[in-house]
Design a protein around this ligand. Structure first.
Ligand SMILES: NC(=O)c1ccc[n+]([C@@H]2O[C@H](COP(=O)([O-])OP(=O)(O)OC[C@H]3O[C@@H](n4cnc5c(N)ncnc54)[C@H](OP(=O)(O)O)[C@@H]3O)[C@@H](O)[C@H]2O)c1
Length: 371
């Protein structure tokens, strides 16, 4: 009896079961879809999955197209992790395909806040007699698409601060060296983390100290473009630094001060922005990155840059690798030298810890003030 009921009118439990599958599918596109969202789709009839799809990479087919295009079964239920689009972008409106394929019911995890959609996709489906339910695992979908959602709502990228620190919270030793702060396994994971983002940022101090390449070397990210962003107020970095290499796959974006004596562009994406006593105006940097289509940014330091992002509360998440070492030292670098009074201290929420050989990683979200 129960099964028959489920077949005619899918219940809450079925919706959750299939949405869970769609959400997990959506994550397969991680790192490749931005500035587009991660989207998963599952097509179901009589309790059976007929096909699935996910948005694999920017410019490629949308999840619902992948799931529906080769299916000619009317009366299905389509589970979608985000409201379908109803406008012409790089691909035609997905709502048209859903209508053409005679889908009976659409269940979405959440509405798409993109001003070109924003409920219009669901309205169009309802206008064509399709039943629509929205909000199944909405919080989970928000988390998965946090880069896309932050960027589209605020017009600045989602910012994650990343650092390898000692057990006593130091970024460097007393002499300013940080090279072997974390274990080999921690470093590999840390490099792999870069793949989740559209861009990575470092300050001039780190470039001079470590001469990093800031590229993607770990498996799994072949073919991915990663923008590298550098803060260099005086526009005085040497072109001999490693960061000037590999620009085809890892385009370089430089920000310098609009008061810099040398205003000659070193790379095509060289921008001149305002400056205050702490350095370049990070809000202007972030706005410019959004205009370039960058939806997420991983900030890899060093200490002064991290300090600025924390002081100005211009970040959404932290990914901190703690090594098992105790470094100490009065001059050793730290992530937040400015500091806060205890009652105003920054807090991370929904923290997850992962264990590594030689250390552990913490990922948590910035707790926002109620206002
Ligand atoms: N353990 C780790 O995970 C880790 C990661 C990265 C780096 N590090 C270490 O950190 C050290 C470098 O740190 P650092 O503090 O000297 O340099 P940094 O934070 O990498 O760069 C700071 C520089 O960036 C420029 N800048 C421009 N706008 C800024 C702004 N709004 N806020 C802050 N800086 C701005 C300034 O130079 P201009 O005024 O010249 O523009 C500033 O001096 C190195 O020893 C490196 O090895 C450790």
């Amino acid at each position: 009896m129960k099964t028959i009921l489920n077949r005619t009118a899918p219940g809450k439990k079925d919706d959750q079961k299939f949405m869970k599958i769609a959400l997990k599918m959506s994550e397969r596109g991680l790192g490749f879809t931005e500035p587009n969202p991660l989207v998963g789709a599952v097509v179901v009839k009589n309790g059976k999955i007929l096909s699935c799809g996910y948005h694999q990479a920017f410019g490629m087919k949308h999840a619902e197209t992948m799931a529906l295009e080769n299916l000619d079964v009317p009366g299905t239920t389509l589970y979608l992790t985000l409201e379908p689009c109803c406008h012409f972008g790089k691909t035609p409106p997905c709502t048209d395909l859903i209508i053409a394929k005679k889908v009976k019911r659409v269940v979405t995890a959440m509405a798409d806040p993109n001003p070109l959609v924003n409920g219009a996709g669901m309205r169009k489906l309802r206008d064509h007699g399709i039943q629509v339910r929205c909000g199944v695992y909405g919080d989970w979908a928000e988390r998965i698409n946090r880069h896309y959602l932050k960027a589209i709502r605020t017009r600045v990228p989602y910012v994650t601060l990343h650092a390898g620190i000692s057990l006593d919270g130091k970024l460097t030793d007393d002499a300013g060296r940080s090279r072997w702060m974390t274990s080999e396994e921690g470093r590999r994971y840390s490099h792999s983390l870069r793949g989740e983002f559209s861009a990575i940022l470092a300050g001039r101090g780190t470039l001079l100290a470590d001469n990093p390449r800031l590229n993607l070397r770990e498996p799994g990210w072949q073919g991915k473009t990663l923008y590298r962003v550098v803060l260099d107020s005086a526009n005085s970095l040497s072109r001999r630094l490693n960061i000037f290499k590999e620009q085809e796959r890892f385009p370089l974006i430089i920000f310098s001060s609009d008061k810099a004596p040398n205003r000659r562009k070193k790379v095509p994406l060289h921008f001149f922005v305002g400056h205050d006593k702490h350095g370049l105006l990070l809000v202007d940097v972030l706005k410019q990155l959004y205009k370039l289509g960058i939806a997420s940014l991983l900030v890899e330091g060093g200490g002064r840059v991290l300090d600025s992002f924390i002081r100005e509360r211009l970040f959404d998440e932290m990914a901190l690798f703690f090594s098992n070492k105790i470094v100490g030292g009065r001059n050793s670098g730290q992530i937040f030298a400015s500091g806060d009074r205890l009652e105003e201290a920054l807090e991370l929420v929904d923290c997850r810890w992962s264990e590594f050989a030689g250390g552990s990683m913490l990922r948590g979200y910035r707790k926002c003030s109620p206002d």
